[in-house]
Design a protein around this ligand. Sequence first.
Ligand SMILES: *Cc1c(COP(=O)(O)O)cnc(C)c1O
Length: 452
Amino acid sequence: MANPYRALPAVSQVLDRPELRDARQRYPHGDVLAAVRAELDQLRTRIDAGESLDHSELLTRVLARLDAAAELRPVINATGIVLHTNLGRSPMSDAAAHAAYEAARNYLNLELDLTTGKRSSRQDAIRTGICRLTGAEAATAVNNCAAATILVLRTLATGKEVIVSRGQLVEIGGSFRIPDILAVSGATLREVGTTNITRPADYVQAIGPNTGAILRVHTSNYRVRGFTKSVGIADLVAIGRKHGVPVIDDIGSGAAVDLSALGFVPEPDVREGLAAGADVVLFSGDKLLGGPQAGILAGRKHFIDKMEADPMMRALRLDKMALAALEATLRQHPNAVGELPIYRMMFAPLADLRTRAERFADRLRGVVSLTNVQTLEDVAYVGGGSLPDQSLPTVVVALTAKASEAEFARRLRVGRPAVVCRVRDGRVLLDLRTVFERQEEDLYTAVVSACE
Ligand SMILES: *Cc1c(COP(=O)(O)O)cnc(C)c1O
């Protein structure tokens, strides 16, 4: 039998193919070369695995790989993870998306008071909404919660010490690490307590003439269990008041909706820290707020004013599209569960998900290249570094195709529209909880073309 590796074309032969001429003009040579090499490698891996080879698709796959690498585009999220950080966290409501669209394609009263004709602050549009939601006296917003943390620490504690429990020196994905953020903002970290236990006295003993603030950080993406103690926000506020030290509460996800109906241990609510007397509370716009990427700062007016006067504010401020989307999201919050996509997904009844999954599975049963189509009970997660160990029951469509599950999932990712799914035990799992009903037809087409 002929050596199957020999049948593979050389890189240079592939590059010379006329089908790639267009792509070679559009993409840098290095990118095309890398795509060809990667696809040839994939073919070698498949030969290694004993698959009989058909490389008629090689060029299509090179082109698809280049396309997939080249642009941002909508992805169908069939993972069931509602706040998927790699997929842009929270999808916005139509109202918020529309507000961003209108802000993008028009001029708008970003910094102009239309009544007086005088200059206004771009933050005015979102202040009322945040204050209504949180009960705060004043509010502002910046680019994300990391930026909010830097800004608040600069304003309250540059050149001073910030007291943080050792149990809260968290890393929230990639480059957000509390000690690093403190360093960037010019404050000095004063660690107190231990990983599992921090007591009120630990904070009190650390307070001195150079204390700038007490910072509480919600341990969004992990839990310490067992013999643990931390100091609640009310106690921190009491300590802060007694010693004249401001208290900052970084709550991260910023739950503004009661999630106890889902059986979740509550995330810090956007109102509770302020109600307890925290001076500034901060949270993300695109986690449980369900809006655009943003960092919300809510609290005492003199601190908010000071932050807005900081030159850093200019570097961290939101653009007009995010501001418009955030304003619209905040306006919908009184009815968040009915109007914001993330809450509709989280609160979708299991029976509805089952019906949708079964209907979708039935349609796929007619597809010959799928060797098995089933619906299964499974669990999904909220994600986005919130509610780390709390799952949502769900129903998935489990598919087995002739190709391996990894290959099937890859084809779904590079297809158009791109589909991201879960893969387990030889199967591709589609969780419709995070698939909009308007996307189901496209999902069907994508699955059919990926398993051909
Ligand atoms: C997610 C999170 C952040 C970072 O928020 P971004 O909006 O991603 O910058 C900061 N602190 C906590 C506690 C978080 O959960």
